[in-house]
Design a protein around this ligand. Sequence first.
Ligand code: ARG
Length: 466
Amino acid sequence: MPGVRLWGGRFESEPQEEVLAYTSSLPYDRRLARHDVEGSRAHVRMLRDRGILSGEEAAQLLEGLDAVAREIQEGSFPFRPELEDVHTCVEARLRELVGEVAGKLHTARSRNDQVALDMHLYLRERVRELDGAVRTLQVSILDLAERHRDLIMPGYTHLQPAQPVLFAHHLLAYFFMLQRDRERLAFCREQLDRMPLGAAALAGTGFPIDPGRVAAELGFSRLYDNSMDAVSDRDYVVDVLSACALIMIHLGRLGEELVLWTSREFGFLELDDSYTTGSSIMPQKKNPDVAELVRGRVGRVVGQLTGFLMVLKGLPLTYARDLQEDKEAAFGALDTTLASLQVMAGMVATARPRAEAMVRACRGGLLTATDLADYLARKGMPFRQAHELVGRIVRYCLERQKELWELTTEEYAAFSPLFGDDVREHVTLEASVRARTSPGGTAPASVAAQLEKARALAGTSPRGMV
Ligand code: ARG
C-alpha cells in the first residue's frame, strides 16, 4: 500500500522535517479544499463517461468525495500537517474512506493541472465576492452623495483650493473610479473562464479524456488551447492581484481624503466614533486610524502584486514549484482588499459632512476667479487677456482681504469697462457651481445626471461578471 505521500515509490528516505515545513502549502492552501473536491467530482464523472473508470469505481469515488465535502463543510475534515498540500490531504482522506480505489482518482491527472483548476474555481468565487464588496462601497458613497446634494466645498488642484464644487460631485468621482474596478474584476472573471484540467503534468494525457465535459460541468466556457500553457499560466492570478492593487490604491486615496477632511484644519467631515480610535495619552484625540490603515495596507497589496510578478519573471515552462507562491500572494491580497472595502463602506455610510466648514474653506481663496475671467471672455475679451486682468483683481482683493462678490461696481469698472452691474452675481459660490453645466461637471443638473447614472450602475453587474 502506498504511503501518505503521493510520490513515495522512488525514494529511500522521508524528507527532512525542515524540508516538509519549507515546502508545505497546507497552512494556506487548505482553503482550496472545497474546490479541490469539486474539481475531482467532475473529473471522476468524466472518467466514468469515457469508460476510463467503471461505473462501480466512479460511484465509490463519488460517494467518498461527498463524504469529504461534508467533512470540509462541517469543519471536521482532518487536515494532516505532515502532508504537503491540500490535494494530498483530500486523496489520503478519500483512501481512508473508500480504500484502494481512491488511487484511481488521479488517473489522467497531475497535481499541476489540478492545482490550476482549483485556483480558477477559487478565484472565480472570490472575484465575485470582491465585486459585491466594491458595489456595497459604491452604494455607501452614492447614499452619502444623495443625502447631501447641495453642499458646496472647495475643489482642489495641487491641494490648493481651486474652484467650488458640490460635495456630491467629489464623492461621485470615487463612485466612477470604483466602477472601473468592477469592470476590471469582470475582465478577471473572463480570464478565469478557461479550464486547465486535462493538461496533466504538462504534455496532456494518452487517456481518452473529455475536458469539454469537465468544463461544462464546472461552468467554464473555454479550455486552454495548449497543455504546457495550462499548467504554467498564472496570468489570471496577476490579473486578480492587479485589480486588487488598483482597488487598494483607490481606497488609499479615499482614505487620505478622509484623513485630511477629518483634520481640524479642514474639518469637512466627522467620522462616527465607532470608526475612529483614541489616544492612550491625549484624552482629546479622535483619530482616523481606520482610514490610515487602509492607506497603509495599499503597500501590502501592491507588494503582493510586484512580489508575485517577480516570481514569474524568467520562469521557464512549464510547472515549477515557484508557482505555489501564487497562493499566499493572491489570498493575502484578496483578504486585505475585501476587508478594506468593507470597513470603508461602513466608515463612509456613517460619516457626517460639515457644511459650515466647507463653505468657510471656500472663503478668502477667491475660488470664483475663473468665473470672472469667463465673464469677460463671454463679453468678447480673449481668455488669456481676461486671465491676466483677473489676476490683477485677485491681487487687489488679497491686499484688501475682500471677496470677489464684495467689490463695488466702481472698483470693477476701474479694471475694465466690460464689467456690468451683474458681475457680482456671477462670482458667488452658488453661481460658480451652477454655471458648470458641461457633461460630468459640478452643476446641480450635471451632478443629478451623474447620480442617476450611478444609481443605475450600482444596480447591475458589469458585462462578463456572471
Ligand atoms: N502545492 C502545489 C502548488 O500549489 C501543488 C502542485 C504540486 N505539483 C508538483 N509537481 N510538485 O503549486
